[in-house]
Design a binder for this molecule. Structure first.
Ligand SMILES: Cc1cc2nc3c(=O)[nH]c(=O)nc-3n(C[C@H](O)[C@H](O)[C@H](O)COP(=O)(O)OP(=O)(O)OC[C@H]3O[C@@H](n4cnc5c(N)ncnc54)[C@H](O)[C@@H]3O)c2cc1C
Length: 510
C-alpha cells in the first residue's frame, strides 16, 4: 500500500526533527531546502581551513536530540560526539568585572560572595523559582500544541502563580540586588530573541535547563550535528532536496495538495509542514489563498524579535583570556535594549557575544589559529531601515576596533579571513520577515495559544514547525515544536481512516 507523502519546507533543526519523526513513523518525507546546505540558521561557512558555524553554538537539552535517534532505534553517539563546555559562559563588563557562569553552584556562590554576599540567598531562591518554572513551562508544556482557548485557559492559573506576566528582569531583580548580577541572571532570554525587560519570566527556565543537562558543543561544530541528523533522515529513507526553494503551497478547496518549486514543476503531497518563516509562508507561499487572509493580517500586526549583525573571522593568533562562549556587556543595558527593541537605533556602544569554538575543538581552524564569530543584537528592518550593504562594513569595523581595544590586542592585524552577515541577509537568505533572527518576539501575548499554531486552522494538511510556533526559538524550542507537530499529524492521520490503513501499525514512533 502506498505510504502517505509529506513535504517539509526548510531544513532548520525544526524541519529536520519533524522529518525524522514522520519518516520513522512510516511516511514518505521530502525536505525542500532553499539554500545549498541543510541546517537553516545552523549553516556552515568554510574558508582557508577555518570552519564557521553560522548560528546556534550553545547546545542544550541534548536528550531531545538523542530521542530523535533512539526513536529510530539508533544511538546518537554513532553519528556525532557531544563535548561538554565549561564554563558555560564568561561574562565581561567594561569596568573589568568578570564572572564565569556554569552549573557548579559552589563556584557560582564563591563568585557571588566576593561581589555581593547578600545575594547568595537570593541566588538560591532564584534557582528554586527557575526549577519550578522549568517543571511547569518546559516539562509539562513545551511539547504540547496549544490549539484552542481551553488549552491556554487550563494553564493560566500556573502562569499567574509563577508571575509569568512579569518580565525576566523584573523577577531576577526580586531575588538579586547587585546590578552586574542582575544582568548576568537575566541576559539568557536574548539567546532566543527576547528582551529581558519585556519577555515573560517563563524564560528564566533556561537557567534550570542549562544546569540540569549542561551546555554542549558537537565535535566538528554544530554543522556536524546537522549532518548527523541528515544522515539519520536519509538512512531512514527520507529525501533531501537542496537549493530547491518552494514558491507556492498548492491547495484545492480547503485542502493542501502539494508544493510548487521556484525552479519549475510541482509535486503532490498528502500534507505539508512549513519550517520556513511563518510570515513568508502565509504572505508568499500562500499569497493566492484568500482563506488565510486573516492570518496574514494578524502576522503583519505581531511583533518580531531583534535582528543580529555577525562577523565570522579567523586569526593567526590565539587569545588566552577568552573561553568558548563570551558575553561582553557594554556600558548600557536597559537603554541599549530600548534602542534595539523600541527606538530602532543603531547604537554607538555594543553588548556582544563572542564565539570561540576552537576552545573546544581545535579541528575547526588551522594549527595555531583560532575561529570566531562575534554577534551584535541590532534592530530588525521594520524598526531601522538602513542600507546594510554600505553600513555593514563600517559597523563591522567598529566592532572589531572595540574588541581590539578591550579584549584582543592587535586583532585586526591578526585576521586572515572574515565575512559579515546582516539583517538584510536574514531577510534575503532565510526569507525571514523584517530580517528577524528569531521570528516572533517571545512575549506572553505571543506565546503558546497566541503563537502560530502547529496546525493551520483553515487549510487541512498544513502544519508548522520551528521558531515561529510554540514553544519558540532556540534549538530545544524548535525540536520540541517538532514533537508537538508530529504527534498532531499522526493523530490527524489516524482520523482519516483510509489513510490510517496505509500506515497501519507504524504510527507509534512520533
Ligand atoms: C546567530 C544565531 C545564533 C544562535 N544561537 C543559538 C544558540 O546558541 N543556541 C540555541 O539553542 N539557539 C540559538 N539560536 C536560535 C536557533 O538557531 C533558531 O531558533 C533555530 O535554529 C531555528 O530553527 P528553525 O527550525 O525555526 O529553522 P531555521 O533555522 O529558521 O530554518 C528555516 C529554513 O527554511 C528555509 N526556507 C525558507 N523559505 C523557504 C522556501 N520558500 N523554500 C524552501 N526552504 C525555505 C531556510 O532557507 C532555512 O534553511 C541562534 C540563532 C542565530 C541566528
Amino acid at each position: 500500500m502506498d505510504k502517505l507523502k509529506a513535504a517539509v519546507i526548510g531544513s532548520g533543526f525544526g524541519g529536520l526533527a519533524v522529518a525524522i519523526r514522520l519518516q520513522a513513523a512510516g511516511f514518505d518525507v521530502v525536505i525542500f531546502e532553499k539554500r545549498d546546505q541543510p541546517g537553516g540558521r545552523a549553516y556552515v561557512y568554510r574558508d582557508q581551513g577555518f570552519i564557521f558555524d553560522a548560528g546556534p553554538t550553545v547546545i542544550t537539552a541534548p536528550e531531545l536530540l538523542r530521542e530523535l535517534f533512539s526513536l529510530a532505534g539508533r544511538s546518537m553517539d554513532r553519528y556525532v560526539e557531544m563535548l561538554p563546555v565549561q564554563p558555560f559562559y564568561r561574562l565581561f563588563w567594561e569596568d573589568g568585572y568578570q564572572f564565569d557562569y556554569s552549573d557548579d553552584v559552589a563556584a557560582i556562590e564563591r563568585q557571588i560572595a566576593s561581589k555581593a554576599p547578600r545575594d547568595i540567598q537570593g541566588y538560591n531562591d532564584f534557582l528554586r523559582y527557575s526549577e519550578e518554572v522549568f517543571k511547569q513551562g518546559y516539562e509539562n508544556l513545551a511539547h504540547v500544541p496549544f490549539l484552542n482557548w481551553w488549552s491556554m485557559a487550563s494553564v493560566a492559573p500556573q502562569l499567574v502563580r509563577l508571575e509569568a506576566y512579569r518580565s525576566v528582569f523584573s523577577v531576577v531583580s526580586k531575588f538579586i540586588q547587585d546590578p552586574h548580577l542582575r544582568q548576568l541572571f537575566s541576559f539568557h532570554s536574548l539567546l532566543v530573541g527576547g528582551n529581558p525587560f519585556t519577555t515573560t519570566s517563563i524564560y528564566t527556565l533556561i537557567h534550570c535547563l542549562e544546569r540540569k543537562w549542561g551546555v554542549y558543543f558537537p565535535k566538528g561544530g554544530t554543522g556536524a550535528l546537522v549532518q548527523g541528523l541528515v544522515r539519520l533522515f536519509q538512512e531512514l529513507g527520507g529525501t533531501m532536496k537542496l537549493a530547491c526553494p518552494v514558491s507556492r503551497i498548492l491547495t484545492k478547496g480547503e485542502e493542501v495538495t502539494g508544493v510548487a518549486l521556484t525552479g519549475g514543476g510541482q509535486e503532490a503531497f498528502d500534507l505539508v509542514v512549513s519550517n520556513a518563516d511563518v510570515f513568508h509562508t502565509y504572505d508568499d507561499l500562500l499569497a493566492h489563498e484568500a482563506g488565510v487572509q486573516g492570518m496574514r493580517q494578524r502576522l503583519g500586526r505581531m511583533s518580531y524579535s531583534m535582528s543580529l549583525f555577525l562577523i565570522y573571522f579567523g586569526t593567526r593568533r590565539r587569545y588566552a583570556n577568552l573561553v568558548h562562549h563570551n558575553i561582553m556587556f557594554g556600558p548600557r543595558y536597559r537603554d541599549l535594549l530600548k534602542d534595539i527593541f523600541q527606538r530602532g537605533r543603531l547604537a554607538n556602544d555594543f553588548s556582544l557575544y563572542l564565539h570561540v569554538p576552537t576552545m573546544s575543538d581545535r579541528s575547526l581552524a588551522p594549527p595555531d589559529c583560532e575561529t570566531y564569530y562575534v554577534l551584535s543584537p541590532v534592530p530588525h528592518l521594520g524598526k531601522l531601515a538602513i542600507d546594510w550593504d554600505s553600513e555593514g562594513p563600517r559597523y563591522g569595523e567598529r566592532i572589531l576596533e572595540y574588541l581590539e581595544q578591550r579584549y584582543m590586542p592587535e586583532l585586526r592585524k591578526e585576521i586572515v579571513t572574515q565575512r559579515i552577515f546582516t539583517p538584510k541577509d536574514f531577510k534575503v537568505e532565510l526569507n525571514s520577515h523584517l530580517g528577524s533572527a528569531f521570528s516572533l518576539e517571545p512575549k506572553l501575548t505571543q506565546s503558546a495559544y497566541f503563537r502560530v499554531h502547529n496546525r493551520d486552522r483553515k487549510l487541512r494538511g498544513l502544519y508548522f514547525v520551528g521558531a515561529g510556533t510554540h514553544p519558540g526559538a532556540g534549538v530545544p524550542g524548535v525540536v520540541n515544536s517538532a514533537k508537538a507537530t508530529a504527534a498532531l499529524i499522526l493523530d490527524d492521520m489516524k482520523d482519516v481512516k483510509a489513510r490510517a490503513r496505509a500506515v497501519a501499525g507504524r504510527l507509534s514512533y512520533a
